[in-house]
Structure formats: C-alpha cells, structure tokens
Design a protein around this ligand. Structure first.
Ligand code: RI2
Length: 309
C-alpha cells in the first residue's frame, strides 16, 4: 500500500476543522510541506516546483488565516535558497521546526505582554477560541490576578465551548453566553476589556477574525470598552483588507437539511473584517501596539511572495 500523502491528509484535517485555530493551521501546514519535500525525488528544480505545487494545495485549505500562507512561505523561502536536493530537504525540515518554535515563543511573549493589560479583578469578554487570547488570560491568573471571562458560544462551530473549558482549567471565573447576548452583557456588566485573537491582520491594520468580531468591536466602542487583539508576527499580511478572502463554509454547519424551506439560501461566512478604528491595539511580541505601529513593525518581517514562484 502506498504511504498516505501528507499534503492531502493535512488539507483534509484543516478543511474538516480537525486542525483549527490560526496558529495551529500554520504549524500543521509547514510540517506537511516539509514532509512532502523530504519525500520528493528529482533535480533541485523539480523539488522546488513540487514544493510550490504542494504549498498551493495546502494554502487553499483555509484561505482566510494568513498564518498558513506565511508558514508555507517561510518553508518555500528556505527550500528556494538551497542548491541541492539534499540541502533543500534539510532546509525544509529546519524551517518547519522554526515555524513551530517561533509560534510557541510568540504566544508566550504575547501572553506576558497581554496579561499586563488585564487589570486585577477584570471582567474580560472574548469571542471564539483563540489559543493566544486564552494564553493571555491564563498568564494574568498565573500572575496572581483574579479574572472573570465571559465567552461567546460562537455559532455555528461553537468554538466558545473550548474556550470556556480552557479558561476554567486555567482558574478563571467563566461564563458562557450566546452570541446575541453581547450587547446585553456590555450594557449590564462592567466589562473592562474585549480580547480576541486574529486570523489575519491586513496591511491597513484591519483585523480579520471569526465572524461576529466586527460587531462585538462596534458594540464595545459604543460602551467605551477597549478592544485588544492578540496577534503575533505570523498573523500579519501584505494583503489589503478587501483582498483577504472570507471563507464560506458548508451551510450544513448552520442548518441541517430540511430545517429551512426549499429556496432559502443559508449563508455561512466564517470571518469578518474589523476596521482598525474599532481596535485599541494588537498585543504583539513587542507589547501592545496601535494597529498602525503593529503593521509597520511586522510587515518587513514577512516572507517574500517570490518564494511562491
Ligand atoms: P489562535 C480561530 O479561527 C479564531 O478566529 C481565532 O481568533 C483565530 O483562529 C486565532 O487563533 P478558527 O480556526 O492562533 O476557529 O490565537 O476558524 O489560536
């Protein structure tokens, strides 16, 4: 029996949301690409061409989160810089290891910086599941603070259930609310901070994140509650906000067959765009920065598009 194709296995895992969360998708993509390169045969030109084809297949599996595109770009850059097939294979493996190590270091740095902006006794509203935002809140508790989190359910995939499990295990007081309760929560509770993750930060500082984020941020502005997004280098992108593709997932995630009458379309856009003027800042590896400063700092560090050929 032929060995399973590592690229197809990862594409399937990402498409089916077995692997989800922007950072995790990037790490999985880089590993699959490196695995593919180590198995490829032929001349250096053939290895590079095969790597680019595999990278394009992986890249299409979740179009919105730029972490995948960036991670694949870093591996391609490393492969393209070598002159022999053997060196390309070593470089791909090393680059994938670097992507994973940097993602871990990035999360730890963001947790340290972000926790400083979570006051003792704070009530923090969060949306969807972001491993990075969870790390910030867990760090605040590890620093000795008492923190209460209110997490949205996040229809239709209900990532909020994972958020409440992880936050509770980290020692926070936790409440779960349906997405439609956000305004009521902001109107009736002293919420100190809205903290979310990021899938992509566009070059004008627009945050592309789980569907509903833009509305949560608008309501937070109305109630004068600061909004932070936890976003490390791998989340930044040279794309303009309008060029960030918004993934549409299967309608069955929203309504099962037969639940709506024939002729009714069920739309399932899973991300939206929050303009930078609705954000107080990005918590990055360098601390809490305004959207403009965060972009200025991170844009020059992104992989060059030329690596894609
Ligand atoms: P971390 C998630 O998307 C959420 O939108 C979350 O804010 C983002 O990834 C970042 O997650 P999905 O994969 O990288 O659940 O902080 O659609 O873990």
């Amino acid at each position: 029996m032929p060995a399973p194709d590592p690229v197809q296995a990862t594409v399937t895992a990402i498409r089916s949301m077995q692997v989800r969360g922007a950072a995790a998708i990037g790490i999985a993509g880089a590993e699959a690409l490196a695995h593919h390169v180590t198995r490829s045969r032929g001349s250096p030109a053939q290895v590079l061409a095969g790597a680019r084809r595999a990278a394009r297949r992986l890249d299409a599996s979740r179009p919105t989160a730029v972490t995948l595109h960036n991670a694949l770009g870093w591996v391609l850059e490393a492969v393209a810089a070598e002159a022999t097939a053997a060196a390309m294979k070593d470089a791909a493996k090393a680059a994938a290891r670097r992507v994973a190590a940097e993602a871990e270091a990035s999360r730890a740095a963001i947790a340290r910086h972000g926790a400083r902006h979570v006051p003792d006794g704070a009530v923090v509203l969060t949306h969807c599941h972001s491993g990075t935002a969870v790390a910030v809140l867990a760090q605040a508790v590890a620093d000795g603070k008492t923190v209460e989190a209110i997490a949205t359910e996040t229809r239709p995939f209900r990532q909020g259930l994972r958020t409440v499990r992880e936050l509770r295990a980290a020692g926070l007081e936790v409440a779960l609310v349906v997405d439609a309760a956000v305004e009521h929560v902001l109107a009736t509770r002293d919420v100190d901070l809205v903290l979310v993750g990021a899938d992509t930060v566009a070059r004008d500082g627009t945050l592309v994140n789980k569907i509903g984020t833009a509305g949560v941020a608008a309501l937070a502005r109305l109630h004068e509650v600061p909004v932070h997004s936890a976003a490390g280098l791998a989340k930044f992108s040279k794309w303009s906000a309008d060029d960030v593709p918004i993934e549409e997932r299967p309608s069955a995630e929203v309504a099962a067959a037969g639940e709506v009458p024939r002729g009714v379309r069920v739309l399932n856009p899973v991300f939206d765009r929050t303009p930078p003027d609705r954000l107080d800042g990005y918590v990055t590896e360098a601390g809490l920065l305004s959207p403009a400063r965060a972009v200025r700092r991170n844009l020059p560090r992104l992989p060059a598009e030329e690596a894609w050929g």
